[in-house]
Design a protein around this ligand. Structure first.
Ligand code: IPE
Ligand code: IPE
Ligand code: MG
Length: 251
């Protein structure tokens, strides 16, 4: 496995945006863009495996995306199902651990079963943590954490005065992973769109006009190079950061 240097993010989070526009520019139905976007997912996974990125979180479908035309949602679900059938075996062989975050209950039984199976099959892998955010919303994530803590308090397992950042973090999605070091959004819009709101607090943000189906390794390399040049201060001064060893920086 290639070594992970400080210049390579441990955890990369990606908003895969621009599939619809990619298709519309070609006067094709939007779903053709989603299909082309599936190829870019593999480009991104390959890049992470080659460069030693240890965790990759991909925003595949937001809580709000359920509101799109029924035809598009249906086609996306079919695509999702096919991707699970097609890709899991190979990802497992390559040492990828697959997980899903988001409201799983909203998916059909067929998709839920495939999600569970993919997670179970790849549980022991450790080369790359691949997290697919599907029916995920950052606000929902925070609301569910608050609810879980309230349940613990009501059951007498937790005192309200003991609720702190660590307690909330422990109930959020990705609790066992370091927060994303680098966030990439394709498609030209510079917004978070209700992705990982809590977890992105100190993540470096990087945007590109490139549409998701156009993604290539060279663009990902540009993002990583830019990331490597940045100084992450976590609220401290530049001098303090220079004095501290990299492993002393807050996670
Ligand atoms: C992202 O591409 C994929 C999903 C949200 C499922 P879009 O479908 O949002 O593409 P644009 O932004 O309309 O071009
Ligand atoms: C964000 O893209 C969600 C995903 C890529 C899955 P959207 O296309 O839904 O975001 P907005 O609507 O432009 O903010
Ligand atoms: Mg979009």
């Amino acid at each position: 496995m290639p070594p992970t240097s400080a210049s390579v993010p441990r955890h990369l989070a990606v908003i895969m945006d621009g599939n619809g526009r990619w298709a519309e520019r070609r006067r094709r139905p939007r779903i053709i863009g989603h299909r082309a976007g599936a190829r870019a997912v593999n480009v991104c996974i390959d890049f992470c495996l080659e460069r030693g990125v240890r965790a990759l979180t991909l925003f595949a479908f937001s809580s709000e995306n359920w509101g799109r035309p029924q035809e598009e949602v249906g086609a996306l679900m079919k695509l999702f199902m096919n991707a699970l059938d097609r890709e899991v075996e190979e990802l497992n062989r390559r040492g990828v651990r697959i997980r899903f975050i988001g409201e799983r209950e909203r998916f059909s039984a067929g998709i839920r079963e495939r999600m569970d199976a993919a997670e179970n099959q790849t549980r022991a892998n450790s080369r790359l943590d691949l997290v697919i955010a599907a029916s995920y919303g950052g606000r929902q994530d925070i609301a569910l954490a608050a609810r879980a803590l309230a349940i613990d308090v009501a059951a007498g397992r937790l005192r309200a005065e003991d609720i702190d950042e660590a307690a909330i973090a422990s109930k959020m999605a990705l609790a066992d992973l370091p927060p994303p070091d680098l966030f990439i959004r394709t498609g030209g819009d510079q917004r978070i769109s209700n992705f990982l709101l809590w977890q992105l607090a100190y993540t470096e943000l990087w945007f590109t006009e490139l549409l998701w189906p156009e993604l290539d390794a060279a663009t990902l390399q540009l993002a990583i190079d830019d990331y490597a040049r940045r100084e992450r201060r976590f609220g401290l001064t530049s001098a303090q950061v220079a004095d501290a060893a990299p492993e002393n920086s807050p996670a």
